[in-house]
Design a protein around this ligand. Structure first.
Ligand code: HEM
Length: 219
């Protein structure tokens, strides 16, 4: 299949498949989901997500009229308020004062902010990598977090993973893939977006690696 005959949603998923496996099976994620880490590791990870979504969502409003990125900006996806509730639960009301971004998180958030400012196609790559992932594997993470650390089902601590305003995630994802397939971009630009998606996955893996170093399990 040539790139132009392959739906873009298939292209971007296929191109990031290997890195998806890498992210999923990273030491930190495996330890976290295997119940081998304490709630402090989960809280530290949630903190890192806050910095990433701050970059992703503070750039969103200005992009809402953009022909490429605009259709993807949908209020039901917004995660920042949920992350803030989770962090208040995990760290207490003063969570913001104690929250620090790891260098890998700074790198990730800066790249997202740069795309939001200068390159709508690149922003779409980051948008896809985060939100479609949250709507998919995020649901597995939620279930495990509830069981492992005793959060109320879909309650404080895991609100980030709960899309209150998306009744049917499978249907939403289908609609999202249609938006990807209709991306107003030529083949070269689509290749650039795919490359940025790979970069987005690599940036996520970098954050996992740093978290893995911070929360090393002693054998
Ligand atoms: C342990 C961690 C993870 C698990 C268990 C997991 C699991 C899954 C599963 C089961 C799907 C398929 C859903 C479907 O076909 O509708 C999926 C899709 C996806 N995941 Fe993950 N995932 C994890 C981590 C990540 C990470 C770290 C990222 C990137 C930040 C990510 C990004 C994505 C994306 C973008 C999709 C959508 C693929 C597409 O259909 O286009 N995932 N994930």
């Amino acid at each position: 299949m040539t790139p132009s005959s392959t739906p873009f949603s298939t292209l971007i998923r296929t191109a990031s498949h290997e890195q998806h496996v890498e992210a999923e099976t990273s030491t930190f994620m495996s330890d976290l989901l295997g119940g081998r880490l304490g709630v402090d590791a989960y809280a530290r990870y949630t903190e890192q997500l806050w910095f990433v979504y701050e970059a992703l969502e503070s750039g969103a409003r200005e992009l809402s009229g953009d022909p490429v990125a605009g259709p993807f900006i949908q209020p039901e996806l917004m995660r920042l308020a949920s992350l803030e509730r989770d962090l208040a639960h995990l760290r207490g009301p003063g969570w913001r004062d104690g929250a620090t971004a790891l260098p890998a998180t700074v790198e990730y958030a800066e790249r997202v902010a740069e795309c939001a400012r200068t390159w709508p196609g690149g922003y779409v790559a980051h948008h896809y990598t985060r939100y479609l992932g949250d709507l998919s594997g995020g649901q597995i993470i939620r279930g495990t977090a509830e069981k492992t650390w005793g959060f109320a089902r879909k309650g404080d601590g895991v609100r980030f993973y709960v899309f209150e305003d998306i009744g049917n995630p499978a249907a939403f994802k289908r609609g999202y893939r249609e938006l990807l397939d209709a991306l107003p971009a030529d083949d070269l630009e689509k290749q650039r977006v795919v490359a940025e998606c790979r970069r987005a996955f690599a940036l996520n893996t970098g954050v996992f690696r740093a978290l893995g170093e911070e929360f090393r399990i002693s054998a």
